[in-house]
Design a binder for this molecule. Structure first.
Ligand SMILES: [Zn+2]
Length: 335
């Protein structure tokens, strides 16, 4: 069974197919707001071009040798030009691509290049590619994506055929978000926060749900309704690093509340009211110390293996001491 494309990307896929059938351009830029799935569309199309036995709708079969290599990330005719660790794409990566394009395809009919965030090309890296993108070999195709086309070096930008990827109508977006389990009222709310981008709306909703659960747990610890040891063991059902990162976000937001600093846009609702109430009882100095400690712990956790249970227990206990007037906590908490 072939992978499904998001409904609002289907028309753009048809346009891309027409582009390749009529050989109108070999360098295409998919541009549009964040959270619409531009990279997903680019990969979907490139994979279908690489596929040895595409279906009647010219979509990848997901079964052939090419599709299996693609999924494994080892397709010899695919090149992904991307940045590493939030840095600009270096000129060395551009040079590597230029050399790679000099060879003929090995399995598929084309050599396929994907540049997921073309605006991240440094100036020298972009300049190095100008001639290559302008005169791609007949067997090559390059698809770039960007939600910030104004940041692309103009001389490079002018060499791409630009295709706009637009947000679906609100009704279509709500319909899709409902299929992902979101209630209509919540879907409308998150779509507004996400500027109409359904994927971003879903990501905000997921993030918010995780934050909400964690806020409930922090409240339970403060009130002595939850036991740090038991909660640490429950929390370990998830991976440690995401838990620490979410906690870090939440503690920073609580600290803003302590100092009466306006919340980040995501929290301007009833959830923020809950944080605000919780912050009234908190000691900002102790909370700052906990955030510093947590930041250090996150760096250590990334570098070496620690006893995750101990890490979380220490954090939860430190959190309980952030109250201005600690109440006597039960010796044996109830989870
Ligand atoms: Zn295939």
């Amino acid at each position: 069974m072939t992978a499904k494309l998001k409904p609002w990307l289907k028309t753009a896929f048809q346009s891309l197919k027409a582009l390749s059938q009529h050989r109108l351009s070999q360098a295409i830029l998919l541009q549009g707001p964040e959270g619409l799935g531009k990279e997903e569309l680019a990969v979907f199309w490139l994979k279908s071009l690489a596929c040895l036995t595409p279906n009647s709708e010219a979509q990848a079969c997901d079964l052939c040798h090419s599709c299996l290599l693609w999924v494994n990330g080892s397709h010899p005719d695919r090149f992904v030009l991307q940045e590493a660790a939030h840095k600009a794409i270096p000129i060395s990566a551009s040079r590597e691509l230029i050399i790679w394009l000099q060879s003929y395809p090995q399995i598929s009919s084309k050599r396929l290049v994907l540049i997921p965030k073309v605006h991240n090309l440094g100036i020298s890296a972009a300049n190095a590619l100008l001639k290559t993108i302008e005169e791609l070999p007949p067997y090559a195709l390059c698809v770039a994506c960007s939600d910030r086309p104004a940041m692309i070096v103009p001389t490079l930008l002018s060499r791409f055929f630009r295709m706009n990827i637009t947000s679906p109508s609100q009704n279509d977006a709500i319909f899709w978000l409902a299929s992902q389990g979101l209630q209509e009222v919540a879907a409308i709310d998150y779509l507004r926060l996400a500027g109409g981008s359904p994927l971003k709306a879903l990501s905000l909703a997921t993030e918010r749900s995780v934050l909400f659960n964690l806020a409930q747990q922090l409240n339970g610890l403060l009130n002595g309704e939850l036991c740090p040891v038991k909660l640490a063991s429950t929390s370990l059902k998830q991976e440690l690093m995401p838990v620490l990162h979410t906690l870090w976000l939440l503690l920073k937001e609580l600290l803003r509340c302590c100092y009466k600093i306006p919340p980040a846009s995501l929290y301007k609702d009833d959830f923020f009211d809950q944080l605000w109430l919780m912050s009234v009882d908190l000691n900002p100095q102790k909370l700052s110390c906990l955030i510093e400690d947590l930041t250090e712990k996150m760096a250590v956790v990334e570098a070496v293996a620690l006893n995750n249970q101990m890490v979380l227990e220490t954090i939860w206990i430190a959190w309980q001491t952030c109250r201005n007037s600690p109440r006597s906590l039960p010796l044996q908490g109830v989870s």
